[in-house]
Design a protein around this ligand. Sequence first.
Ligand SMILES: *Cc1c(COP(=O)(O)O)cnc(C)c1O
Length: 466
Amino acid sequence: MKYVSTRGKAPVHSFSDILLAGLAEDGGLYMPESWPRFSADEWRAMRALPYPELAAKIIAPFTAGSIDHDTLLGFCKDAYSQFDHAAIVPLTQIEDGLYVQELFHGPTLAFKDMALQLLGRLFDHVLTERDERVTIVGATSGDTGSAAIEACRGRDRLTVVILHPEGRTSDVQRRQMTTVLDSNITNLALKGTFDDCQDMVKAMFADAPFRQDMRLSAVNSINWARIAAQIPYYVYSALALGAPDREVSFAVPTGNFGNVLAAWVAKQMGLPIRHLCVGSNRNDILTRFLDSNDMSARQVVPSLSPSMDIQVSSNFERLLFEFLGRDAEACAALMTGFRSTGKMDVPAKVWESIHTLFSGLALDDEETEAQIRSVHQNSQYLADPHTVIGITAGRKFREPGVPMVAMATAHPAKFPDAMRAATGITPALPPALADLFDREERFRVVDNELGNVEDAVRSAVLSNRS
Ligand SMILES: *Cc1c(COP(=O)(O)O)cnc(C)c1O
């Protein structure tokens, strides 16, 4: 499989190349040159497969030419052996026609583990083959940092430096990062906000000599490999509910649009998906777009679902590229316009075809809390503040006879305060994390100043190499 950029001005690359590169050289995102497709008989034959085998089968066409099937299968088995549920991505019914698929049984209790556990292994494999090392830098307000750290710990070709805003992440989220003491992992607590952390990461990437010297890389959600690794769970639940002989719909709590984009790819691959519903919090740009073609960025406001506090959903560019008939020039023009004005004028025809397949629903914090309470009262199900937004969107848009599957993206124990406020219950951390608050923490506080942060990254790289 070869990969092309959504902006049309970057060279075509292999899977291994785009895995390490992340963003394309022209500022666009990589997309596979064509969509692999499975026939109805091929889908039916997959019903019998355990999750890691199903995952390898679905991901293999995307890694073809770079990673052979048996190697990939080995990584899938290994990656998902860390999960604390035998089904890996269990499906639970909560109402007539409404199901929840839990994607949070990995080591950090959020759906990011689904992709990053596999990515850590793929990075290590490609770097070993090439005898190279990279430095992964990232900014986090919560789930991404810990999932990246868990995926890369102990892999010495990868030096990982994660910035979090000092004192502004939850205790559970901070401790999931800072109690990982492997020598290739460094946590920096920046004296500033999450936006300052993100600006710092961007500034390091923009410092070309530093970037080359440190061999900077990223595992954020623009990396195509993350999208590829998120397709199999949609296939898993669709097959369990009768696909390819019955249509299925999905509801997904959305931030950067990566998770729901994977569902859309599954549809391109031939899975009969009828409807895709995206849920957002008060940062509702996607819902406004889907309702009325209003794609205008506003100030990000903090909410009960911090992993969805996003105004510019980076993966939306991939969907746009497709719905523009893969016209990279038109896509580049819309994206640069959006960057400079904060507003995107999507052609009415393009909007209509997106609107036919996708619907959006936004909940504010009060509604989120009320829905957590109501789902718990009606179905004895504890849904975290992200998950419940997906469930509510799924309930609103479900149709008779078409199963609706809502994606559960985080374990409720990650958000004890919100859960207690809504239900009076404080969910317990699973056994593997039960002693989280007794573990030793290690992090370094740094000033919000580029020179300081770069020094800290340099010393992390040197100490990992020695
Ligand atoms: C990252 C995250 C999301 C948003 O996923 P996207 O792929 O960015 O749309 C939703 N819920 C949780 C718990 C997350 O960690």
